[in-house]
Design a binder for this molecule. Structure first.
Ligand code: TYD
Ligand code: MG
Length: 472
């Protein structure tokens, strides 16, 4: 029988199959691509000899006492971009591999080049490897970003991993950027660049070289419109940090979030404004998130304006409070099977809140479609948004508008009780600063929260209490 020369690989999970399959074992549809298998006889010859990859591969390791290992936590490298530092957990850590994923054109290259320019201005050497754009194109981008370009930013137009390694070994940069992983290839595999096995093999080399020489490495990955990591998903387990850069191309607002971080939390968010001269950091994120809905500065109108199904909620993400607008819409279901659509809110959590509303507040939604959305594309973790979510649904279903200037935080339990959440004092202070008038919060939290000037606290113990508070 002829020896197989190709294999089909799933772009979602990396599963390999001899035959093409419509659906993978991981559940993904249409995710298989055909890739050539490495010719067995050529492999050993590439691994021996003096190619730079084998130099890395051949390093032998010996156990060391844990006590003698330096923690490295102290030597975080400041990227010069506060919001990026924040999401990374306080700056770059030496020898770590970070994957930054986002749709083409969202601004990944801009963000990283900006960081490289900042670092080089402080005397560090940054090697920017681009397989996508020419050095001239990157120079044009750099001209928009910085008045003068420091000499420490080095450009390399290369897609061959071995050649990149050679340069890294001779240059020993302080920061290495690979833009993008989909353009890189290793001669060890005969499949085309961008395929699952190539991505996996290349990322592995960059990880080893980064760890060996203590170089922080950033790998750029393009993702499809649907938002999944596609090919790059297979290297998520390999990297230390997975960042997602998102936003809408029509708007200038950009969000940087971490879905994995071995050196910090994943609940930090970084916010940017895409301007003519690059990405500007947004430190007043609550103000921006609320502004689009007319809340920013508009909250101070004595409660004259009201909106159905819209309320503001607050969460404490990472190290700062964030206020955001939450909207709900209920509509008569056209079919016997009502829709539940949740954007930014966990679907299972929404189902639970609807059940509590039915049982404890007499709101039956079995024949209604329910849509819930957090404006601005945020996906807050935790349960602090429960109360706002339930109140927004209730407001839409009952056509009772919620006055502007009102926000609600609190977790809802299965018996309709409102449970306390963390850092309500910080949320209250942020809300008062933005001109909010009323904060509906768990009674337990209210006991310990000093009301800031201009903000009335409305303590509630149950979902019924909270609804009653809206009716006044
Ligand atoms: P880019 O960083 O090339 O995106 P990615 O690497 O994610 O594909 O950004 C591309 C877009 O950003 C492009 O449409 C132009 C815009 N842009 C600005 O608005 N201001 C700037 O200063 C720069 C450099 C780019
Ligand atoms: Mg790019």
């Amino acid at each position: 029988m002829a020896k197989r020369e190709t294999v089909f690989v799933c772009g979602e999970c990396g599963y390999e199959s001899a035959k093409w399959m419509g659906q993978c074992v991981c559940g993904a549809w249409n995710s298989f691509t055909e890739e050539r298998i490495r010719p067995a006889d050529s492999a050993p010859s590439r691994l021996s000899g003096n190619n730079p990859r084998s130099a890395v591969a051949a390093l032998s390791r010996k156990p060391v006492p844990l006590r003698d290992v330096t923690s490295g936590a102290a030597d975080r490298i400041d990227t010069g971009i506060g919001e990026l530092n924040r999401v990374l957990g306080g700056g770059l850590t030496k020898g770590t591999l970070t994957l930054i994923a986002g749709e083409p054109g969202i601004g990944k290259s801009t963000l990283i080049l900006q960081a490289a320019l900042h670092m080089a201005a402080r005397g560090l050497t940054c090697l920017y490897v681009s397989g996508e754009e020419s050095a001239e194109q990157i120079r044009m981008r750099a001209d928009r970003l910085a008045a003068s370009i420091p000499e420490g930013v080095l450009m390399l137009n290369e897609t061959d991993v071995d050649a990149v390694c050679e340069n890294v070994l001779s240059l020993r940069p302080d920061f290495l950027v690979i833009d993008s992983i989909q353009t890189m290839y290793t001669g060890e595999l005969s499949s085309a660049a961008g395929g699952v096995s190539q991505i996996r093999a290349c990322a592995d080399v960059f990880m080893r070289i980064g760890k060996e020489y203590g170089i922080p490495v950033f790998i750029v990955a393009h993702v499809t419109k649907a938002g999944e990591l596609a090919g790059p998903k297979v290297i998520e387990h390999l990297v230390d940090c997975v960042l997602a850069f998102s936003g809408e191309r029509e708007r200038d607002f950009r969000l940087l979030t971490a879905s994995k971080n071995r050196f910090g939390t994943t609940s930090e968010v970084g916010a940017f404004d895409m301007r003519e001269d690059g990405l500007a950091e947004i430190t007043d994120l609550s103000g921006i998130l609320l502004d689009s809905g007319g809340f920013g500065g508009g909250a101070d109108d004595g409660g004259a304006r009201k909106a159905e199904g819209t309320i503001v909620t607050g969460v404490y993400e990472g190290t700062r409070p964030l206020l955001m607008e939450l909207q709900a819409l209920t509509a008569h279901a056209g079919s016997g099977f009502p829709r539940r659509t949740a954007l930014g809110v966990d679907g299972a959590r929404l189902a639970m809140l609807l059940a509590v509303l039915e049982k404890k507040a007499g709101l039956y939604l079995g024949d209604s479609d329910v849509y819930v959305n957090i404006v601005g594309g945020l996906r807050p973790e935790g349960t602090a948004i429960d109360l706002a979510c339930a109140l927004a649904v209730w407001s839409s279903a009952k056509s009772v508008p919620i006055p502007y200037g009102t926000l609600a935080v609190g977790e809802i339990g299965l018996s309709g009780e409102i449970r306390s959440v963390r850092h309500t004092d910080r949320i209250a202070a942020e809300a008062a600063g933005l001109g909010f008038k009323t904060l509906i919060l768990p009674a337990k939290n209210a006991e310990k929260t000093k009301p800031p000037k201009g903000l009335a606290l409305v303590p509630v113990k149950s979902i019924q209490d909270a609804i009653a508070a809206l009716m006044v």
